[in-house]
Ligand binder design. Structure first.
Ligand SMILES: [Zn+2]
Length: 528
């Protein structure tokens, strides 16, 4: 058995209470027992089991946990409210439920925002302070440890700093171990958290915690900012569960703390169980795990067979922020659907080529497709270009209907002019084409030139044109991919071109389109 977590830093899970507020998430008593065991296995310090006394299920969970739940690392915490206004803590039935829950730690929720005290609690600011003080003192006297969650703390601080600080003082002076600053509405940004936590720590000297919601997309960032500003207690939920946009993802917080801030917060060796446990809990909650979840997602360390795939094979550290094994995850290399040998063989058969009888050729072809896909090509939609590749591989070369001498395009506001010089059937042909855009002009010029030797081309026309700018990233320029659909009035075919700009990419796709069309029409290359 590994050592218990460091008491100087609390990792506090609220999956079973705050996380269960997530829309559509319902946990049975048995589900909670399973989740608690997983959390203990992960090595968190505290597991908030629910609110005993507020509903029969949570009361039952604490009763069952007291009998059957054996925890190695974690301490079970019961969540509940301070005594009612005007009541005596010892006589309040909800406080009694906390006292009798069997949990050695109670986390009391208290108001710290003056307007919430007056509008929601409908009591005075002084009575709210007395409610915090009395309830903490009572539970402490009964032998329980107490943490206090200060609801809406950050908004309260911004509206009435003095009162928010008074609540922190009242809680800690009465014996609360930690005053947890809650961003209940989730509206804070890290710089605000830094400033406020720093000020509260300096003004009160209290041990502080953070409870962040993700409404600004900053729950984890806010938690880290709070740690750097001095909190030593972090609350969160597995898989970022929680109401609205969720709570801080506890596993992401833990991994950041251990791997980025060099603060070991779990017993040694437990972080490597994180991915397994995060996924096991999503089986229980019946919420499919997010593939893009930091650290534990199946895509967190997945690299598509693109420009950097080959470099990854040499040195994975070049493209990964950590070794995935540290959180129990794996690196994955995604090879595009098209590039698998079996897929190419199937595709070849579909186009009338038997590739199975020559494994070496199939391997060559597969490599070529992969290489082209890595440079931006896609053959999923461009059957005609793929077929020309097959022809090259099977017949040694594609039919050579024309040789290109040169081409250029001049584009003005609404008119473009293209000049194409080719050699075909022993003739040198120079043609100028016009169009309402550079690609259109190029298409006209090319077809007019080739038509003089191959009359079939007169039937070909461009029916669809799609452009995609591919962001290459990592310091290289974007490249352009063009897909062109051509029709002869009966059949249509799609070709693909890739280049540094739209015109060069289109040129490749246009010349492929003509070559494919002539071959499909059974035209033989004219002697040159
Ligand atoms: Zn919350």
């Amino acid at each position: 058995m590994t050592a218990n977590p460091d008491p100087r830093f609390h990792v506090y899970d609220t999956t079973m209470r705050d996380g269960a507020q997530q829309e559509g998430l319902n946990l049975s008593v048995q589900d909670k027992m399973h989740i608690a065991r997983h959390l203990d296995d992960l090595g968190v310090g505290y597991i908030e089991g629910g609110w005993p006394g507020s509903n029969p299920k949570d009361t039952e969970f604490f009763a069952l946990a007291a009998k059957e739940l054996e925890l190695q690392h974690a301490t079970l915490a019961a969540f509940g409210a301070t005594r009612r206004a005007g009541a005596v803590a010892a006589d309040d039935p909800l406080v009694a439920a906390l006292r009798e829950s069997g949990a050695s730690v109670v986390t009391l929720v208290a108001k710290s925002h003056d307007r919430h005290v007056e509008l929601a609690l409908r009591t005075t600011l002084a009575e709210n302070l007395a409610m915090v003080r009395d309830t903490v003192q009572h539970l402490r006297a009964e032998g329980q440890r107490v943490f206090v969650d200060l609801e809406h703390f950050f908004n309260g601080y911004l509206d009435n700093r003095a009162y928010a600080l008074e609540v922190v003082q009242a809680a800690t002076e009465a014996g609360a171990e930690v005053a947890v600053l809650c961003d209940t509405n989730g509206g804070m940004l890290p710089h605000q958290v830094t400033d406020i936590v720093g000020d509260v720590a300096a003004a009160t000297g209290a041990r502080l915690g953070i409870h962040a919601h993700n409404d600004t997309g900053c729950a984890v960032a806010n938690s880290m900012a709070a740690v750097l500003a001095g909190v030593t207690h972090v609350q969160g939920c597995l898989n970022g569960y929680g109401e609205r946009t969720g709570n801080a993802d506890l596993v992401t917080c833990i991994a950041n703390l251990e791997l980025k801030l060099d603060r070991p917060v779990l017993p040694e060796g437990r972080l490597a169980e994180a991915t397994r446990i995060a996924h096991a809990v999503s089986e229980i909650t019946n919420y499919p795990p997010s593939a893009r979840q930091p650290y534990t997602g199946v895509s967190s360390f997945a690299h598509k067979a693109g420009l950097h795939a080959s470099a990854i094979r040499v040195d994975p550290d070049l493209y990964q922020h950590i070794d995935p094994a540290l959180v129990g995850n794996d690196m994955r290399l995604l090879v595009s659907e098209m590039a698998g040998r079996a897929t190419i063989e199937l595709k070849g058969r579909e186009l009338g080529f038997d590739l199975a009888d020559d494994p070496a050729r199939l391997a060559r072809l597969t490599d070529r497709v992969k290489e082209l896909e890595q440079s931006g090509y896609t053959f999923e939609a461009a059957d005609a270009s793929f077929e020309l590749l097959l022809v090259e591989e099977v017949e040694g070369a594609r039919p050579r209907y024309f040789d290109i001498e040169s081409w250029r395009v001049i584009a003005e506001a609404s008119l473009a002019e293209a000049t194409v010089k080719i050699v075909a059937g022993g003739q040198r042909l120079a043609v100028i084409g016009e169009g309402n855009g550079p690609v259109n002009a190029l298409d006209h010029a090319l077809r007019q030139a080739i038509e003089q030797v191959y009359p079939d081309v007169a039937q070909f026309h461009l029916t669809d044109f799609r452009v995609r700018i591919l962001d290459q990233g990592h310091g290289t320029d974007a490249i352009t991919r063009v897909l062109i659909e051509t029709s002869d009035g009966k059949d249509s075919w799609v070709t693909v071109g890739v280049g540094p700009n739209i015109i060069e990419a289109s040129w490749v796709a246009l010349t492929d389109a003509l070559t494919y069309g002539l071959r499909a029409h059974g035209v033989a290359p004219a002697a040159s």
